[in-house]
Design a protein around this ligand. Structure first.
Ligand code: 13P
Ligand code: SF4
Length: 313
């Protein structure tokens, strides 16, 4: 077995080398709002799943370095089948692992009399997206579903997002699997929110729709990570309790120096989002690893559902 020795350098040296390699190889670095601060700081674009998909669809770069988790890098590859898409660490999304193609096929069969439309959260693997009619993100799930001319919607894998969507549409939403969730958001509890509100009585509580229904009922604002950033930017309030993964607080503090941010729970950390380091980004660029490779037919089918989503917004 060939062992590749990781090259260790000081932080500044990594940054310098990353910028140099990026230019040499005409690469672009896309990073999700939950990435470590130093990764957000070297990225060309930082955003939510929707913003990153749109950015990936527009890029002129030859190589996309995707600092996030597997389904996000897959989405970038689906939208750029002829480009090299690299994920610096093999970071997975546990929620995306909760849905399998067989479950989609059996739900379609079970409800076939109702001619259901399949809408899948972007947090799914390409093999599932290939079986869907539309993709959606937390930023546009309600809009996508309301635009569909059919009453029965098969939706997965996030049951909390499904509950949120049910509240904002008149459609019959069938959640698959029944209890799919994001472990990081699902463990945020009502008592976490109560404690934070007692400690910071002047703060607004903003939450991600992957949180449980009872937690969302306590929120002053609900939205995707980018929508939360926009809400804070335009709000006159000065203090915010953050009901999502704590990585977003780096951007919030950087862009709003006069405002204060408190995580609703110190445990709101997605370990997969924290795997990517400057060292792994450097190695991704230097050794062009780890490349995302997907079956062409799967990509062609999955692309249709992503493009249908992009066309709605
Ligand atoms: P956003 O699309 O809101 O950035 O969310 C992605 C995600 O994985 C949330 O856990
Ligand atoms: Fe997946 Fe949750 Fe991590 Fe987002 S925060 S990548 S949904 S596990």
């Amino acid at each position: 077995m060939k062992i590749k020795f990781l090259i260790r350098m000081e932080k500044d040296k990594y940054v310098k080398e990353i910028l140099k390699l990026k230019k040499e190889k005409n690469a672009v670095i896309l990073a999700h709002n939950y990435q470590l601060p130093e990764i957000q700081d070297i990225a060309d674009f930082v955003g939510d799943s929707l913003g990153l998909s749109i950015e990936a669809s527009k890029t002129k770069a030859d190589i996309i370095i995707f600092c996030g988790v597997d389904f996000m890098a897959e989405t970038a590859k689906i939208l750029n089948p002829n480009k090299k898409v690299l994920i610096p660490e093999k970071a997975i999304c546990p929620m995306a692992m909760m849905l399998h193609p067989e479950e989609i096929l059996s739900a379609k069969e079970k409800f076939k009399e109702k001619n259901p439309v399949v809408v899948l959260y972007v947090n799914t693997h390409a093999s599932c997206k290939a079986l869907s009619d539309y993709a959606c993100t937390s930023a546009n799930a309600v809009k996508v579903i309301n635009s569909i001319n059919n009453d029965t919607i098969i939706f997965g894998p996030d049951a909390n997002l499904a509950d949120y969507v049910k509240k904002h549409t008149n459609k019959n939403i069938i959640a698959i699997p029944k209890f799919g969730n994001c472990p990081t958001h699902h463990k945020i509890s009502v008592s976490d929110v109560r404690e934070a509100k007692a400690k910071y009585p002047n703060a607004k509580f903003i939450a991600h729709p992957e949180c449980r229904k009872d937690v969302l009922e306590m929120a002053d604002f609900i939205g995707s990570t980018e929508q939360m950033i926009k809400f804070v930017r335009t709000s006159e309030d000065k203090e915010f309790i953050i009901g999502t993964e704590i990585g977003i607080i780096h951007r919030l503090r950087k862009e709003n120096p006069g405002k204060k941010f408190y995580p609703v729970a110190d445990t709101a950390i997605c370990p997969n989002m924290k795997m990517t380091t400057l060292e792994s980004v450097y190695n991704a660029l230097k050794f062009e690893r780890y490349e995302i490779n997907l079956d062409k037919e799967v990509m062609d089918k999955a692309r249709k559902s992503i493009e249908r989503m992009i066309a709605i917004i």
